[in-house]
Design a protein around this ligand. Structure first.
Ligand SMILES: [Zn+2]
Length: 178
């Protein structure tokens, strides 16, 4: 499925979702994430997130969290934490691609990405770390700069065709007729 990830568009969509996520009606929700395949933003409570971790483990996924992929940041005078969880065997799953939300925040790491309210993250931080392989070793976060599959240049605008990313210029050559 061809999907264009565009920096400006992804940031606009993320900001709209953040506005909702910060609203009173979302006060009991703890995390924002995006379902890569449907490309829809969703929210969850901590207990649902922990259940999701358990479900992945039950499916046999070997989940890994690198210290560098726990990224606190400020937005609209509030503190947030973005987490990206990796694993050995995520090929073909949502965890195999960069979340559009991570892309919007310029955290270019493939994996399962969740954005927590800071206090929500702190509540379950220990539980998260103990329920997967937590790698504390000081190490640069794994940056996967999107590179065009054809011209190999870094790209901020891309088109995905058969799971390969092309810059918009090269994509024309590989574009399949609808
Ligand atoms: Zn190219």
């Amino acid at each position: 499925m061809a999907r264009i990830i565009n920096t400006a568009e992804s940031q606009k969509r993320w900001k709209e979702q953040m506005k909702i996520f910060m609203s009173y009606q979302m006060r009991n929700e703890d995390a924002l994430y995006i379902h890569n395949h449907t490309n829809q933003y969703q929210v969850c409570e901590n207990k649902e997130f922990l259940q999701q971790l358990q479900d992945w483990k039950d499916k046999g996924l070997n989940l890994v969290l690198h210290k560098g992929n726990i990224r606190p940041f400020d937005y609209k005078k509030k503190k947030w934490v973005m987490l990206t969880i990796n694993g050995d065997d995520l090929a073909g799953s949502d965890g195999d691609t960069i979340s559009e939300m991570a892309f919007a925040c310029k955290f270019l790491v493939a994996g399962f990405t969740y954005l927590f309210k800071y206090h929500s993250y702190k509540e379950i931080e220990k539980e998260i770390k103990s329920s997967l392989t937590y790698i504390k070793k000081k190490k640069e976060p794994i940056i996967e700069k999107p590179v065009c599959a054809d011209c190999k240049k870094g790209i901020s605008f891309c088109r995905t065709i058969d799971e390969k990313d092309y810059c918009l210029k090269c994509a024309v050559k590989y574009e399949k007729p609808l």
